[in-house]
Design a binder for this molecule. Structure first.
Ligand code: GRF
Length: 224
C-alpha cells in the first residue's frame, strides 16, 4: 500500500491482484474493538478476499489486541510513553504496518491523532469510523456532543483520514433517528450496530476498487 494514491486514483489496489492474493489491511484500535470484531466476523478470510494482516494499538492492554490474538493475527502496542515524541512513535508504527504489506489502514476507535508523516506513508489509504454525521460533532465524545445539542438524528461516518480532526473526504454515512434518546446508553448500542455494518461495507468497496477521490473535486469520493 505504500505506493500510489494520487488524487483521482483508486484507494488501495483492487483485491485479487497477481501475486498478492488477499487485500490485506491493518486495523488500529485503542479500546474495546467491537468494530475490529465486526471486520473479523464479516470480512476476514471471507469470499471477498480480504484479510486483517496486523492490528496495533497505543494501549498495551486494549481488549482489541486480545480479539486479534484470538484470531491469530499479529499485534503490537505503540504507547506514546515508550517514545521520545509522537513523531518517533508514528514512525515506528508506520514501519511495523508497512512490514505487513497492507493496502489499507483502518482506524477503528483509534484515539490518537496520526502525524502528517504517518499519513504520507499511506496516501489515500487510511480510513476512520466516526460516531456522528460529519461535519457535525467531530473530535472526542461525538455522541455526547450530539446529545448536548439535542439532536433527534444521530449517525455514523466512514471517511478518509487527512491531517485534520475528522475532516477527510466522506466515503459512507448513515443516519439513525433516535428522537427520544437522552443518554449515551440510549444511543451507543444502536449506533454501534450501524458502525458494525458501515465500516465493513466501506472496506469491501475499497477492496473491490470501487472508491476513488473525484479528480475534479478532492473533497468528494466517487463510488462505482
Ligand atoms: C466507535 O464508536 C468509533 O466510532 C469511535 O470509537 C468507538 C470504538 O468502539 N471512533 P470499538 O472499540 O470498536 O468498540
Amino acid at each position: 500500500m505504500s505506493e500510489g494514491g494520487g488524487a483521482g486514483e483508486r484507494a488501495g489496489e483492487p483485491a485479487g491482484e497477481a501475486g498478492r492474493g488477499a487485500f490485506r489491511l491493518a486495523v488500529l484500535a485503542s479500546g474495546t474493538g467491537s468494530n475490529l470484531q465486526a471486520i473479523l466476523d464479516t470480512l476476514h478470510g471471507g469470499p471477498e478476499g480480504i484479510a486483517v494482516a496486523a492490528v496495533a494499538s497505543n494501549v498495551a492492554d486494549a481488549p482489541a489486541l486480545a480479539r486479534a490474538q484470538q484470531a491469530g493475527i499479529p499485534t503490537a502496542a505503540f504507547p506514546l510513553e515508550a517514545y521520545p515524541d509522537r513523531s518517533a512513535r508514528d514512525t515506528a508504527l508506520a514501519d511495523w504496518i508497512a512490514g505487513h504489506e497492507v493496502r489499507l489502514v483502518v482506524l477503528a476507535g483509534y484515539m490518537q491523532l496520526l502525524t502528517p508523516a504517518f499519513l504520507g506513508r499511506f496516501p489515500h489509504a487510511v480510513v476512520n469510523v466516526h460516531p456522528a454525521l460529519l461535519p457535525a460533532f467531530p473530535g472526542l465524545d461525538a455522541v455526547g456532543q450530539a446529545l448536548a445539542h439535542g439532536t433527534r438524528v444521530f449517525g455514523v461516518t466512514v471517511h478518509f483520514v487527512d491531517e485534520g480532526v475528522d475532516t477527510g473526504p466522506i466515503i459512507l454515512q448513515r443516519a439513525l433517528e433516535l428522537p427520544r434518546a437522552r443518554t449515551r446508553e440510549d444511543v451507543l448500542e444502536p449506533l454501534h450496530a450501524v458502525e458494525h455494518e458501515l465500516l465493513p461495507e466501506a472496506i469491501r468497496l475499497i477492496a473491490r476498487g470501487a472508491v476513488r477521490i473525484d479528480p475534479a473535486d478532492p473533497r468528494r469520493v466517487l463510488l462505482d
